[in-house]
Ligand binder design. Structure first.
Ligand code: CP
Ligand code: NVA
Length: 310
């Protein structure tokens, strides 16, 4: 739901399903044109609320809006008036909408993200919540297009925790026609509703989304091996337990040997070497993780331009 006609948010990948292929192409174009954008967002401000730490998201949004001619306002949620005994999200959304032209929010709880999206009169872009990480998925699609030339017929295997990054990748893969395997332990599968929706989108699109609990089988002939931390921000799973649950899903040389010789290895970062990915793989010839990180900047420019231009 959004209370303002004509306003668009990017909270779930699905919110911009129809625009997604164009966003990928625009990000690639903006990357090529870096330094020559001509200030399309001149005079526009982006409020950025963070409830969790960030390196990539914070820096890339700030630089993105600045290079498009606008300005970022960083807001640490703990220093704001939002809270149970303080201002409601409904009021915060309406007040912020009087000051800024767009809001980026990194939220603990997707329900607060939805509330901000519903009550804000300016576009709201997710910088991650506990359900999705859509801007990461957009940067990932940009990286896959750059490295592999396209999407259709490509096999992406996500290994590890079926978390926010995995959920958004399911949607993005389904939309772009990638065959994706969510290879996760049975107790840490992706969100069931997202998995179901993505499967239907993929079917309609001529591609496949499937689940697996068998890394060796899943990685055969893969074009992309993707992983993320075994313990996301806010997840209380003890480290020893996470290691026990996820160890077979670690991206290491043995799994790479099963994938295509040309396969790329992706990670949204921050990485925990020796856990979800080995140091050798991170630093090895298949790894594209730092190009992938850079693409957050270009992907977010595409989102901000599309949602905030006049
Ligand atoms: N990948 C990602 O969102 O990184 P940060 O937590 O550093 O923003
Ligand atoms: N799944 C991770 C992604 C961090 C960018 C988390 O939510 O902490």
């Amino acid at each position: 739901m959004t209370l303002v006609m004509g306003k668009k948010n990017l909270i779930s990948v699905i919110d911009m399903k129809d625009e997604w292929p164009d966003l990928v192409d625009l990000a690639i174009k903006l990357k090529a044109e870096r330094g020559h954008h001509g200030d399309p967002l001149k005079g526009k401000s982006l409020g950025m609320i963070f409830e969790k730490p960030s390196t990539r998201t914070r820096i890339s949004f700030d630089v993105a809006i600045t290079e498009l001619g606008g300005h970022a306002v960083y807001l640490d949620e703990s220093k704001m008036q939002i809270g149970v005994h303080s201002e409601t999200m409904e009021d915060t959304a309406r007040v912020m909408s009087r000051f800024v032209h767009g809001i980026m929010y990194r939220a603990n709880d997707y329900k607060m993200m939805d509330k901000l999206g519903d009550w804000s009169t300016v576009p709201v872009v997710s910088g991650l919540d506990n359900l999705e990480h859509p801007c990461q998925a957009l940067a990932d699609m940009v990286t896959i297009k750059e490295k592999l030339g396209g999407f259709r017929g490509k096999k992406l295997v996500y290994l590890g925790d079926g978390n926010n990054v995995c959920n958004s990748l399911l949607y993005a893969s389904a939309i772009m026609g990638i065959d994706m395997v969510a290879c996760c332990p049975a107790i840490r599968m992706p969100n069931a509703e997202i998995m179901w929706n993505a499967t239907k989108i993929a079917e309609a699109n001529g591609s496949k989304i499937i689940a697996s609990h068998e890394p060796e089988e899943a990685c055969k002939d893969a074009d992309v091996l993707y992983t993320d931390t075994w313990i996301s921000m806010g997840d209380k799973t003890p480290e020893e337990e996470a290691i026990r649950i996820f160890k077979p899903y670690q991206i290491n040389d043995d799994l790479i040997a099963l994938a295509k010789p040309t396969c790329i290895v992706m990670h949204c970062l921050p990485a925990h070497r020796g856990q979800e990915i080995t140091n050798e793989v991170m630093e090895g010839p298949h790894s594209v993780v730092f190009d992938q990180a850079e693409n957050r900047l270009h992907a977010q420019k595409a989102v901000l331009y599309t949602l905030m231009k006049d």
